[in-house]
Design a protein around this ligand. Structure first.
Ligand SMILES: [Mn+2]
Length: 313
């Protein structure tokens, strides 16, 4: 059982293609204040440094934009997560772009180098691109490639410069074995990612499978798949949810996603697993919201439920 919870705000958005996700954590704070919640008084967030000023100038690295800043972001996130876990506290990260998760996974590995990690990745996207395969150069599509330590050279489409190659190599680790990665709701992938998913036989619970088998049976399967893992980390991108049930307040919304209730059930039941030691929520972008601050309000309600679930562990 963890001693206590530690909320961590990471406002880095240098990995995203659309700006505004850096305002996500503060939009969630605004939603809490609006409903007179004292959540952020009870759990005072640690606020990480960001390198978002890099967005005010062109990037020199077209196939891994602002990777010079991303190296720093990974270190910042990893060291905070490592420290939080070593103090036997439960980290809850509220982050802007999903690249944050690459730092989180590194931090977990640094805290527990000999333990086997499982990752539940709830997202519309597979985030398995590398600088060698990316069509956009946006690094928020790459965190899982760094965590499993792949270049995916068999699908190479870009010739990258030496600086990018060296920095990319530094971000990679073997913190996560592909067989211990489970996707939920991934539905917007590119062929280079599909090839890695097939090569490593990575399981993706599609929204259709989840509805046909039922959430309870999917959760049983997830528990079985994680039974050989010592630790579990949940990485939740709000774009896993269908914009028609949530809102368009996220950088890359994709239709046909989860309902808010399905997302909550998946997260809460996985949080109840004894091995689960970290949770992250990412990609709330209030600049893009078509319904005032609705995505942040939904994120807040997920956060509140997650906290009460962890408190009961
Ligand atoms: Mn996503």
């Amino acid at each position: 059982m963890p001693n206590k919870l530690q909320i961590i705000f990471n406002s880095s958005e240098i990995g995203a293609g659309t700006c505004g996700a850096s305002l996500g954590p503060q939009a969630i704070v605004a939603a809490a204040r609006q409903k007179k919640s004292s959540l952020f008084h009870t759990y005072k967030p640690s606020v990480l440094k960001d390198w978002n000023a890099l967005l005010d100038q062109p990037s020199n690295f077209p196939f891994a934009k602002r990777i010079d800043g991303m190296v720093k972001v990974y270190k910042e996130v990893a060291s905070c997560v490592e420290l939080t876990l070593k103090e036997n506290n439960f980290p809850i990260l509220i982050a802007a772009d999903h690249c944050s998760a690459g730092g989180t996974i590194k931090g977990i590995q640094n805290a527990f180098p000999n333990k086997k990690l499982g990752v539940l990745w709830i997202d519309a996207h597979a985030d398995l691109h590398t600088p060698y395969t990316t069509p956009s150069g946006n690094m928020h599509g790459m965190p899982l490639a760094t965590a499993i330590g792949t270049d995916n050279l068999s699908c190479k489409r870009n010739d990258i410069d030496t600086n990018t190659a060296v920095m990319w190599h530094g971000l990679k680790s073997t913190a996560l074995l592909p067989e211990n990665l489970i996707y939920v709701a991934v539905r917007d992938t590119e062929t280079e990612e599909d090839s890695l998913i097939a090569e490593h036989n990575i399981k993706n619970y599609t929204v259709a499978e989840l509805r046909s088998k039922g959430l309870n049976s999917i959760l049983e399967e997830i528990k079985n798949r994680f039974s050989s893992c010592d630790l579990v980390y949940i990485s939740f991108d709000v774009d896993s949810m269908d914009p028609k049930y949530s809102s368009y307040g996220t950088g890359t919304p994709v239709k046909d996603g989860l309902t808010v209730k399905e997302a909550k059930t998946l997260i809460m039941e996985t949080l109840r697993m004894p091995q689960t030691i970290a949770f992250e929520l990412v990609e709330v972008n209030p600049c893009l919201d078509d319904q005032k601050n609705k995505m942040a309000e939904i994120a807040l309600s997920i956060l509140e439920e997650a906290i009460s679930t962890i408190e009961q562990k």
